[in-house]
Write a protein that binds this ligand. Sequence first.
Ligand code: NDP
Ligand code: 2IT
Length: 443
Amino acid sequence: MAYVDDIYDIVVKRNPGEKNFHQAVREVLTTLRPAVEANPAYQKAALLERMVEPDRVVIFRVPWVDDAGNVQVNRGFRVQFNNAIGPYKGGLRLHPTVSLDVVKFLGFEQVFKNSLTGLPIGGGKGGSDFDPKGKSDREVMAFCQSFMTELYKYVGADVDVPAGDIGVGAREIGFLYGQYKRLTGRYEGVLTGKGLSYGGSLARTEATGYGLVYLAEELMKDHGTSLEGKKVCVSGSGNVAIFAVQKAQQLGAKVLTMSDSNGSIYDPEGIDLDLVKEIKLVRRGRIKEYADVKTNAEYREGKRVWDIPCDVALPCATQNELDLEDAKNLQANGAYAVVEGANMPSTPEAIDLFNAAGILYVPGKASNAGGVATSALEMTQNSERLSWSFDEVDAKLHGIMKNIYASISATAKDYGQVDNFMMGANIAGFRKVADAMIAQGVV
Ligand code: NDP
Ligand code: 2IT
């Protein structure tokens, strides 16, 4: 049996029941085969065995007191997956579905993503099953302070630098930062996504969504077209989705849909983003409210967005939110490209169908890397004790996304698989980490 197949079996045996982690590992291993088989030194160094095992995982109790005076207990996680090329870097997710499985799949993906940025950052991820929905600001603060009271022992500006992800935005990063500073007495860039008045970077808020669309535009240009005049379906209505819609509209696309976990909106006139921002960012409301104001738009309770005809699909909500049925709908409606804003949003069956149907497909670890790349730029500014202008950061982000596209496209070509961006991303991300690990010996 091939080396990569052995590794998959080991992962399944050693991590029973961790379905998302198995899925993320499998996707990487199947595409790494030619790169690994061409270089026997990798097997000799047990490189894959080491890569699928996190450096360490921390799991901890997070007790806090709710507004009614009851003590609540959540579970906190931080997985430090690989620091061969730089300090651990990756977001914190607050969502009831967060488990060891989820943080491990995200941490594993992050290793390859961070390598693709070309910046010196390793991979990590964390979070908790705490649900921020419906909680007061004080309850969120109480949770964040308790979470950091344990996490601070394991993180630091040159050690591990967490950031936002689902359920973690500027408010949560602020509370986490305040508690870190209070516990350690250190004023350092231990988290990214900070507020602008205390070390945050301009354009970090926009970076994942903007970067996603920069990459999509690069893909379109490389295939002789552009986003101008294209119909785009976006899922989600959080940080990534909102700024993806903004940049897509700036580039002349017509965005037809957005969604949240309750349902989706379809606006044939094109999404009114100011209204979405008012509902989501100001009032922390539900996407349903959009159709109360814009009566030409349709609210579709419990429905995803992928049945709406579009040229380009940008899944920006969560893992496995686009399955085989959705992929069939996209194919039937003549979709041209799927570019992922979320982490692992397409199921393996959906990806197989994209490939078979000739739908251009870019995996999230390449297309959503603009967020973490800009986080790394925030770390640089923190070390320099400087703040760059919005345009400066945005231009760097744009350059990084162009480089990522060039790298994944060229790597796919090198292996005779033109436009297989999943293979290109996995191999390009893998090589840099693998070579660093070989150079550093058996650690
Ligand atoms: P937010 O919390 O800002 O928004 C998440 C959005 O996805 C919300 O609209 C939410 O709806 C929806 N959503 C979450 N869980 C589910 C679910 N189980 N089913 C359906 N919809 C769901 O998170 P982000 O925008 O930051 O993150 C979105 C995706 O992008 C995630 O996969 C994240 O890992 C990825 N990502 C984020 C980066 C960042 O910089 N923030 C960087 C790279 C990737 P609801 O409000 O109903 O929960
Ligand atoms: O999935 C991701 O890349 C993120 N949530 C952003 C991580 C970061 O460190 O900015």
